[in-house]
Design a protein around this ligand. Structure first.
Ligand SMILES: [Zn+2]
Length: 90
């Protein structure tokens, strides 16, 4: 029996990034216990990178402010959705 629980998804975006009308407008606000995917700094943004492949899933990332700013241009090119720590769309 495993004591590790499945992580709760940050936001359910299954299949919604294909349509502008159904894009989520908010994400789950970040908590003090959340950890960045990029480094040991606390996360400042939730980033959802849509897949360009059919039937593939989008990727949710928690990014610190420093790495978000470094990656902002690439994330924009990929059509990523970015949410501030309070869950509101940036
Ligand atoms: Zn970072």
């Amino acid at each position: 029996m495993s004591h590790i629980q499945d992580p709760k998804p940050l936001i359910d975006v299954s299949g919604v990034l294909d349509s502008v009308d159904t894009r989520p407008e908010t994400a789950t606000p970040l908590l003090l216990a959340d950890r960045s995917c990029c480094c040991s700094a606390p996360p400042a943004f939730t980033v959802i990178v849509p897949s360009k492949l059919p039937k593939a899933h989008s990727v949710d990332l928690l990014m610190c402010g420093h790495h978000y700013r470094q990656s902002r241009n690439v994330l924009t090119e990929l059509g990523a959705l970015v949410f501030a720590s309070d869950g509101h769309l940036v």
